[in-house]
Design a protein around this ligand. Structure first.
Ligand SMILES: [Cu+2]
Ligand SMILES: [Zn+2]
Length: 177
């Protein structure tokens, strides 16, 4: 009898410590090309999902130049161009900088301790498709609300030196509402 009781206590204990199944949330982000005049053509969708490794983004985009591109979560929900200090229009400027809630002031990539909006590089194949997922170990789908995803013309060096390590000119954008 005592053994049975012990077994029951153990069984209940196991039930309690078994992690509850997390219901993964999925967010669809419509992406558009952008330039100094503002938002242009639709170029596809990025699907965001929570995983054991943090946020995972599955891009399904067309029309981007082949190669690696910087992609980040930027702070403001806008894809509009803005006027820079020297009076010229800059594509996607209204999206603001890389999301940096810890005020680190540093661009160090997805595995660093800088901007939390830093993501792993977006890869565009020679045929223009985007078969590789993008990861962000320090983000969740909750963090995406009221911000933008921005794709840059160049690759991401995960560093502030030299400047524009995030990839320079902003070429595509999607707002998460
Ligand atoms: Cu960026
Ligand atoms: Zn950054």
């Amino acid at each position: 009898m005592r053994r049975l009781l012990l077994a029951m206590v153990l069984a209940v204990g196991l039930l309690l410590v078994t992690p509850q199944q997390v219901i993964a949330k999925t967010v669809l982000i419509d992406m558009y090309s952008i330039d100094t005049d503002g938002t242009g053509d639709a170029i596809g969708v990025i699907t965001a999902r929570d995983s054991d490794q943090g946020l995972e983004l599955f891009p399904d985009l067309i029309g981007l130049p082949a190669g690696e591109h910087g992609i980040h979560l930027h702070s403001n929900p806008s894809c509009d161009a803005g006027i820079s200090g020297d009076g010229t229009s800059v594509a996607g400027l209204r999206a603001g900088g890389h999301w940096d809630p810890d005020e680190s002031g540093q661009h160090l990539g997805p595995f660093g301790t800088g901007h939390r909006g830093d993501l792993s590089r977006l890869v565009v194949s020679q045929d223009g498709t985007t078969p590789t997922s993008v990861v962000a170990p320090r983000l969740s789908t909750e963090d995406l609300n009221q911000k933008t995803l921005i794709v840059h013309a160049g690759g991401d060096t995960y560093s502030d030196t030299p400047p524009l390590g995030g990839g320079g000119v902003r070429i595509a954008c999607g707002i998460i509402n």
